[in-house]
Design a protein around this ligand. Structure first.
Ligand SMILES: Cc1ncc(C[n+]2csc(CCOP(=O)(O)OP(=O)(O)O)c2C)c(N)n1
Ligand code: SF4
Ligand SMILES: [Mg+2]
Length: 348
């Protein structure tokens, strides 16, 4: 009698036929419990669930514990670990060379707010298509926990040293400078961060996400405003976010007047159920108001803070040819002699 071997259990794959495993990277070398590790997990899940092709992604970073984290997700993607604070210019170059890439940048509050602030400022005003994540722990984790420019005035180091300088609010700065997608979340808030990351991937333009990401080794004590317990107790979510990707034919039922529906560039939809009635994330002045008021109360406004879905991104403004510049042949980039002669004749 013939015996049949039991069928192998079917592996779960996403819409492009890949398993979650294929979105993972190397084993983390960060401290156990570091917020940055949770953010890597959320990036893995968001890219898997969105069916992002890892071969189309370029991961970019600067220097810091946060900037090491691209090694721990999307192991088969392109990657460039740049110099401290210089990720924006490397990212700009990469996207100019190949505008078909999906750029995911990971920086730290020190990498962005201190040495990299000049580069950050110009990235925000250019609206380059990039998901720019700041893993914000209020300190320089890699160099043993000194205050960074996002540390709040009056917060203390473990040693008791008090920070007497006001913080830079990277979200307010990004809104002010022209970023078209600005959000804040917490590494411990799976649901919110996941929805924000998916929406950021769908956005065509700069998506700046400040993720409060506690450093368990140097900045998780009482007196810190970037500790797990402080952020958990002082987060003020603006809305509940539901993200429906373009490939899912789902409509969300909601009571009229309670939920705002926002169409993303790629046809995906965001359903924002407001928790603060007056809040409209499409209004720049409102965004700055809410950031100022929550900061004054010692709280963090979280969620989608500002969105401008239709502004032209940097590459569109440059009117680039469709074919990635990096793939153009010599013949395509070198004008024929007749073109040069024509120009010379005009100058005579
Ligand atoms: C040009 C330069 N200056 C200073 C340093 C030292 N340095 C390395 S990482 C870092 C700060 C990292 O802080 P952050 O970006 O907040 O990352 P975290 O480690 O907190 O995740 C500094 C000052 C360096 N590597 N290069
Ligand atoms: S030192 Fe802090 S930021 Fe660096 S890996 Fe450890 S917990 Fe994370
Ligand atoms: Mg830091």
């Amino acid at each position: 009698m013939a015996t049949s071997t039991p069928a192998e259990p079917k592996k779960k794959v996403n819409r492009i036929g890949l398993e979650t495993q294929e979105y993972r990277g190397g084993k983390t070398t960060l401290c156990a419990g570091c917020g940055h590790n949770s953010i890597s997990e959320r990036i893995i899940t968001a890219c898997y669930e969105m069916g992002v092709d890892p071969g189309q992604v370029i991961k970019l970073s600067g220097i810091g514990c946060s900037s090491k984290s691209p090694a721990y997700f999307l192991g088969s993607s392109h990657g460039f670990n740049s110099v401290h604070g210089r990720m924006p210019s490397v990212g700009t170059g990469a996207m100019l060379a190949n505008q078909k890439l999906i750029a995911i940048g990971v920086s730290g509050d020190g990498d962005t707010g201190a040495i990299g602030i000049g580069q950050f400022v110009h990235l925000m005003r250019r609206n380059l298509p990039i998901v720019y994540i700041i893993e914000d722990n209020g300190c320089y984790g890699l160099t043993k926990g000194q205050f960074s420019p996002t540390a709040d005035m009056g917060s203390t180091l473990k040693t008791g040293v008090v920070n007497d300088l006001p913080p830079i609010d990277t979200c307010a700065l990004a809104v002010e400078l022209g970023a078209t997608f600005v959000a804040r979340s917490f590494s411990g808030d799976k649901k919110q961060l996941q929805a924000i990351l998916k929406a950021a991937i769908s956005h065509r333009g700069t998506a700046m996400i400040d993720v409060l990401s506690p450093c368990v080794t140097f900045n998780d004590h009482e007196g810190s405003t970037k500790s797990y317990s402080y952020v958990k107790d002082h987060g003020d979510p603006l809305e509940e976010i539901n993200f429906v990707p373009f490939f899912d034919d789902i409509t969300v039922e909601y009571e009229p007047g309670t939920t705002q529906e926002v169409a993303m560039h790629d046809g995906s939809k965001l359903y924002l159920t407001k928790l603060d009635e007056d809040y409209d994330p499409l209004n720049k002045i409102e965004a700055l108001r809410v950031l100022t008021e929550t900061a004054r109360r010692g709280e963090y406004a979280t969620g989608l803070i500002y969105l401008e879905p239709d502004k032209d991104d940097f590459l569109t403004l440059l009117n680039l040819v469709d074919k990635p510049l990096a793939r153009l042949s010599q013949d395509e980039v070198r004008p024929p002699e007749s073109a040069l002669t024509e120009i010379m004749n005009k100058l005579r």
